[in-house]
Ligand binder design. Structure first.
Ligand SMILES: Nc1ncnc2c1ncn2[C@@H]1O[C@H](COP(=O)(O)OP(=O)(O)OP(=O)(O)O)[C@@H](O)[C@H]1O
Ligand SMILES: [Mg+2]
Length: 282
């Protein structure tokens, strides 16, 4: 049976700081999302079956929720359907049955551009910047639906990622992998999304830059944006998120707080491998 555990977070819930320095083996609780209250979820995925080719389902009954301000991670083996799940939320893959809701409204079958307009930001794993355009031009592209908000959104993005302010006239293709990832996230934040979908933001980065990337994701989340993040770096992912889902063969295998999943012997044995074993999960 797929497991889904919607959470209700008291507005007074305090978030603990998270430590994700390279090589750090101390797992501090990522805490809970603040300001969520009992407000409707930003995203509800209910029993979704979906696939690319007729008659072949990649997702076989996925269930997932993201509360306002929550940071949710999806981990799982290669080919489990993690990216497909993000694409299903964003209307980029056919949903055969089940339902996706955005702030309580059914959005199953809506097109990606409509959803972006309605507050869903998406950062794909690859080709997520325009390399020949400058940082500023990339951010302008992110704001094309609401150009009048450009100045205001630019200052928010540069506050979050001061490095982008320093590199504003550089071509994105000339930046480091970590800086390009900031451009990609910044671009997706230009439309002031209520939820950001991130597909493997740390992929291809050095260990130090991966840590920086997770710190940035936390920063974005702490600025009030809910995040649904797919990650291949399962252990780091579970350290920074409030809640996580383990996806296997297109269905939910395990669900819990990031801390709970890190300590779960089945999750350790099946999905976290020797790295998690060596830290004992706690
Ligand atoms: N555009 C596509 N057309 C047909 N099949 C696809 C397409 N994209 C993905 N698939 C198939 O769907 C399955 C799940 O792929 P998906 O990319 O969702 O997995 P994933 O969990 O994100 O894996 P990874 O960790 O490697 O990124 C795989 O068997 C893959 O071959
Ligand atoms: Mg993927």
């Amino acid at each position: 049976m797929p497991i889904s555990v919607p959470i209700r977070v008291p507005t007074s819930a305090k978030r603990n700081e998270v430590s994700i320095m390279s090589g750090d083996t101390t797992i501090k609780d990522a805490g809970t999302a603040s300001g969520a209250g009992t407000v409707k979820n930003v995203i509800d995925v209910t029993d979704v079956h979906a696939g690319y080719v007729s008659g072949v389902n990649i997702l076989n009954g996925c269930n997932l929720t993201v509360a306002p301000g929550e940071f949710v991670g999806i981990i799982g083996p290669n080919g489990a359907g993690k990216s497909t799940l993000l694409k299903a939320v964003l209307g980029m893959v056919s949903i055969r049955s089940g339902e996706v809701k955005l702030e309580n409204e059914v959005i199953t079958g809506k097109k990606a551009h409509e959803l972006v307009e309605r507050g869903v930001g998406f950062v794909p794993q690859t080709k997520n910047v325009f390399p020949s355009l400058t940082v500023q031009e990339n951010l302008e592209m992110g704001c094309y639906l609401k150009p009048s908000r450009f100045k205001d959104r630019l200052s928010y993005v540069v506050d979050l990622f001061p490095r982008l302010g320093e590199r504003i006239d550089f071509r994105a293709g000339a930046l480091s992998g970590g800086e390009r990832q900031m451009v990609a996230m910044g671009r997706a934040l230009m439309l002031d999304p209520s939820v950001l979908l991130l597909d493997e933001p740390s992929a291809g980065l050095s260990p130090a830059l991966q840590d920086q990337c997770f710190v940035q994701c936390r920063k974005v989340n702490q600025s009030g944006v809910a995040i649904l993040m797919v990650e291949q770096n399962a252990r780091r992912c579970l350290q920074v998120v409030h809640r996580g889902y383990v996806l296997d063969h297109g269905t939910n295998a395990y669900t819990g707080t990031g801390r709970g999943l890190l300590a779960d012997p089945n999750v350790i044995a099946l999905y976290l491998g020797t790295l998690a074993k060596s830290t004992g999960g706690h």
